[in-house]
Ligand binder design. Structure first.
Ligand SMILES: [Zn+2]
Ligand SMILES: [Zn+2]
Length: 145
């Protein structure tokens, strides 16, 4: 889904239906969270935040929902670090910058060719990721480096 889209529940419901996903309450809340928090949250993070509002929401439900979203191309999965799966509702090709000080992950509007679904030297590409690592602007400011 692209940025700047209106985030009413009706719009999200319509979006899921168009993708062939039954818009259950939990699914809508998870999608809404991802659309409103462009911080590339982990399952842990989503669970921590959403369970304040929905105490019955389990990590398994979140995990299964994300897997379903993933299979429909509604979210993309980021594995910048091993064992740390993050989720992004912006499925357009863009690069990610991870701050090694605070751990935040930023979207970077870096131009790179979208190689998905292309054949390269006889190989079929199914995913294309660009990850950058360093120190984010906030941490640079904070530490005065
Ligand atoms: Zn930082
Ligand atoms: Zn992103």
């Amino acid at each position: 889904m692209s940025e700047g889209m209106e985030l009413s529940m009706d719009k999200l419901r319509e979006y899921l239906e168009n993708e062939g996903v039954h818009p259950s309450y939990h699914r809508l809340k998870i999608l809404e969270y991802l659309m409103n928090h462009r911080t590339h949250p982990t399952v842990e993070r989503i669970h921590k935040e959403l369970s304040k509002e929905i105490p019955t929401l389990s990590k398994t439900t979140i995990y299964n929902t994300l897997k379903l979203f993933l299979s429909k191309g509604i979210v993309q999965e980021l594995t910048i670090e091993e064992k740390e799966m993050r989720y992004d509702a912006d499925t357009k090709p863009h690069a990610h910058f991870k701050c090694m000080e605070c751990g935040d992950v930023y979207d970077i509007a870096l131009e790179f060719p979208n190689l998905e679904r292309e054949m390269i030297e006889g190989h079929k590409v199914t995913e294309c990721h660009v990850y950058l690592k360093g120190v984010c602007k906030n941490c640079l400011k904070r530490t005065g480096k």
